[in-house]
Design a protein around this ligand. Structure first.
Ligand code: GAL
Length: 660
């Protein structure tokens, strides 16, 4: 477990480095990430490299027992590069070329840019690829913008050619007879943007994902060729976790380690949303991850960049750890004297003196040292999974049908009651192995190609419980409507289907096995078409079409069951829905009852179970532990009851029962 920070030695006189590193060391910081915006220092003129300063920074950090993660500088090309090679600049959706002066102004497909990036990365890898103080690499920084330049369009055409082979096939899958879109030449096909054909839009997103993966692979190869196998390679994924500019399952495939940048922005920590984001990130590779950037108190980019309260940053760190982070690093160490982010939260001010938050981080540093052994090689293990899929997210967002349908909110509406009940939830890609889960919920699985239907059905037949939410199974992999209606290839095994869907302006009353309440935002009229398909919930009187009709149906399939939920519901119905599903599936709470506002996280391995409890409420509470436990942060054995102040954290290790 490592506590770390982003450090920019290139912004400070070398004479100051030692004082900064000493302050880091006293706070328990054991990792710095350096380099991601330092291209102009690393290569001040084309082909002239200066890595000596970096070497000295790494060596000095090591003297303070601080490891380095080395980031490649390709997110911020130097001015000489832009001047010499304006063709490397990205073009935005409106056709405007970017200019120098901020960052991310490069085109991700530009062969010249990739080549220049490869050269600088190669130099770094040759120099530091076996440096024992460099534990890993970060490629670039928060891949973000695609580019609408001519070369990218040409690549898109090649990509489409490889996928469809013939224009006839592409025209058929996209139904280009619609609005006279039929293509007679590959070069007639435009970028996917605006109100283009849905098949084209979905393929464009996949193309963008592939291009970012290639962009990453270019640097990955350069690093791998010259680095020791024990150095990991990651990238810090941004966009507050949920961004979907490209498919993050895909980008994750080539990386050794996943890391992401966790910012609250305006407001305060929403433990469910933030916890769910960690679970999402853990699902990208189904492994523990790092938080490569976390806000120290405040950001500088929110409408109101308020600070987290005293104790809240520590709670945020421990929430990350509880959900499977093995390292947390702050962005950034010290306020740069000039530059675009002068006001951003830091641990040390422009004067080089600690900010008030420094003391809190110092406490976290001590706690990390105490908890490291207990948490080593442990990971969250869940009985419940939520399915999350980029194809489906894109497909729905291209044609939302109701601006009220927010897919992240829909997912979180399931997540909250599931987390309360099971106290551990995975969020995974629908193609992932589902064997270990007692219950799987797919909130808006819009795109269900036949292969996915087979995979999901296998899980159910072998005893799994799968619940599909509204809008599921409407589309195939080409973003075409399924002619057999929702849930497409799963309609037959379900023994029922969606007869019609309705975007709601007003709530609709519902009643049934999940109690009484309201459907909201979205309602689908379902039919049960086999005698053993049961109706679980029905609509009350509303638009006439829905009146008395099924809103939720379920059917036993093989050893498991398949449930279709045709609407979004109010929080109370959601709670009983989740309870109903969890009881049938035999899902247990990871820990047991806790007072409201207390979050339970569980990490385990074959030998140990460790709980991280966090009191997110504003009251002091007492938690009664299910068995006596070891209080890791206080080194107390046999704890039965644990008192927690607001924002307080407890790390508790279940004590082994004596079997004799
Ligand atoms: C991140 C970015 C950092 C810094 C930070 C400010 O998205 O990676 O470089 O800009 O935001 O919150």
């Amino acid at each position: 477990m490592l506590l770390g920070t982003a450090w920019y030695p290139e912004q400070w006189p070398e004479s100051r480095w030692d004082a900064d590193l000493a302050l880091m060391q006293s706070a328990g910081i054991r990792m710095v990430r350096i380099g991601e915006f330092a291209w102009s220092r690393i290569e001040p003129a084309e082909g002239h490299y200066d890595l000596d300063w970096m070497d000295r920074a790494i060596t000095l950090a090591a003297r303070h027992s601080i490891f380095t993660v080395l980031a490649t500088p390709t997110d911020a090309p130097p001015a000489w590069l832009t001047r010499e090679y304006p063709d490397t600049l990205r073009v935005d959706e409106q056709g405007r070329r970017a200019a120098h002066g901020t960052r991310r102004q490069f085109s991700y497909t530009s062969p010249r840019y990739r080549d220049l990036a490869r050269q600088v990365v190669e130099k770094m890898a040759l120099r530091f690829g076996h440096n024992p103080n460099v534990i890993g690499w970060q490629i670039g920084n928060e891949y973000t913008e695609d580019s609408f330049d001519d070369y990218s369009l040409q690549l898109f055409h090649e990509w489409l050619k490889a996928r469809y082979k013939t224009l006839d096939s592409l025209n058929a899958h996209w139904t280009t007879a619609y609005w006279s879109e039929t293509y007679d030449g590959w070069d007639e096909i435009p970028f996917g943007r605006g109100r283009q054909n849905p098949g084209l839009l979905l393929d464009y997103k996949r193309f963008v994902s592939d291009q970012w993966r290639d962009f990453q692979r270019n640097q990955l190869k350069a690093i791998r060729a010259h680095s020791a196998p024990w150095q990991f390679i990651t990238t810090n994924l941004g966009g507050l976790g949920w961004a979907d500019r490209f498919d993050r399952y895909e980008i994750s495939q080539d990386l050794d380690l996943i890391s992401w940048d966790d910012y609250v922005g305006q407001g305060h920590l929403d433990p469910y949303r933030n916890g769910a984001t960690h679970d999402l990130v853990r699902g990208w590779k189904r492994r523990n991850f790092w938080v490569m950037e976390m806000q120290p108190g405040a950001v500088d980019w929110a409408p109101v960049s308020n600070s987290l309260d005293r104790g809240e940053t520590r709670a945020m760190v421990w929430e990350a750890i509880g959900h499977g982070a093995d390292a947390v690093a702050f962005w950034q160490w010290r306020s740069a004297l000039n530059g675009q982010e002068q006001y951003h939260g830091t641990l040390v001010g422009p004067d080089g003196e600690p900010e008030p938050l420094y003391q809190e981080i110092l406490q976290v540093g001590k706690e990390f040292a105490k908890a490291a052994a207990a948490l080593e090689n442990t990971t969250p293990v869940s009985e419940v999974a939520i399915l999350h899929d980029y194809d489906s997210r894109w497909a729905i967002d291209f044609q939302p049908f109701s601006e009220r349908y927010d897919q992240i909110k829909v997912l979180l509406d399931y997540y909250r009651p599931l987390q309360d009940l099971a106290q551990s939830v995975d969020i995974v890609n629908p193609y992932a192995r589902l064997d270990g889960y007692k219950l799987v919920v797919a909130p808006s699985l819009n795109v269900i190609p036949d292969a996915l239907a087979t995979h999901l059905l296998d899980y159910v037949r072998r005893g799994g419980r799968l619940a599909l939410g509204p809008r599921s199974g409407m589309k195939d992999e080409y973003n075409s409507l399924n002619p057999q209606r929702q849930p497409g290839p799963l309609a037959a095994p379900l023994g029922g289907r969606v007869e019609q869907f309705y975007a709601l302006l007003k709530d609709v009353p519902v009643s049934g096995a999940w109690g009484e309440g309201n459907a909201t935002i979205w309602a689908e009229l379902l039919s049960a078409r086999t005698p053993d398909t049961q109706v679980v919930v029905r609509y009350g009187a509303s638009n006439g079409w829905l009146d008395g009709k099924p809103a939720v149906i379920t059917r036993r399939v093989g050893k498991g069951d398949l449930t279709y939920i045709g609407a979004l519901f109010d929080p109370q119905v959601m709670r009983s829905a989740v309870k109903w599903m969890a009881e049938r599936a035999g899902v247990h709470a990871a820990f047991g009852p806790v007072p409201e506002g207390v979050e339970v996280c569980r990490r385990m391995n074959a030998n140990r179970t460790v709980f991280v409890l966090i009191n997110h409420s504003s009251k002091r509470v007492e938690v009664h532990l299910p068995t006596a436990m070891f209080d890791v942060l206080n080194s107390t054995r046999g704890v039965q009851v644990k008192g927690l102040d607001p924002n307080a954290v407890a790390v508790l290790q279940a004590e082994k029962r004596n079997r004799d």
